[in-house]
Design a protein around this ligand. Structure first.
Ligand code: HEC
Length: 125
């Protein structure tokens, strides 16, 4: 448990550091998503130990992608409301109780901050 909180706090510190970098290097408004966050989200999505989204989904930039789930393309058209996209990644069983997609947030496979980053990445596909 202690180790877990350490990982979480390290992640938050990293997130803060990255957000800081993003603000320092570019003049993006608060509503815009920084390139650094998108890249961080991509790393979490593609990591086999974290999202492992490529096991099932084809995603631009990913290798050895699976095809047992819909390709993740045109996400802003599919999900005009970004919160709904986040909810799908957080717990897919809300929309489809029989979903084989792991409920990443509910099962705490990836943290809330990581889900935000993955959502930022997926949303711009
Ligand atoms: C074990 C396979 C599997 C994994 C791993 C998986 N998904 Fe899915 N995903 C699915 C399936 C199947 C669906 C189709 C809807 C359903 O059955 O719930 C889906 C649907 C989705 C949708 C909705 C697509 C649409 O157009 O409606 C999104 C977004 C999504 N997944 C994102 C992700 C992300 C992001 C990850 C990684 C963090 C991920 N998925 C990991 C199987 C998976």
């Amino acid at each position: 448990m202690r180790r877990f909180s350490k990982i979480v706090s390290t992640t938050s510190i990293l997130a803060v550091a990255i957000t800081g970098l993003g603000l320092a290097s570019t003049t993006v408004s608060a509503a815009e998503v920084s390139q650094a966050n998108i890249e961080k989200g991509q790393a979490i999505a593609f990591s086999r130990k974290k999202g492992n989204c490529l096991a099932c989904h084809t995603i631009k930039g990913g290798k050895l992608a699976g095809n047992i789930a819909p390709p993740l393309v045109a996400m802003q058209q599919r999900f005009p409301d970004k919160a709904k996209l986040r909810a799908q990644i957080y717990d897919s069983t809300v929309a489809n109780p029989d979903s084989i997609m792991p409920p990443f947030g509910r099962h705490k496979v990836i943290s809330d901050e990581e889900i935000d980053l993955v959502t930022d990445f997926i949303y711009q596909l």
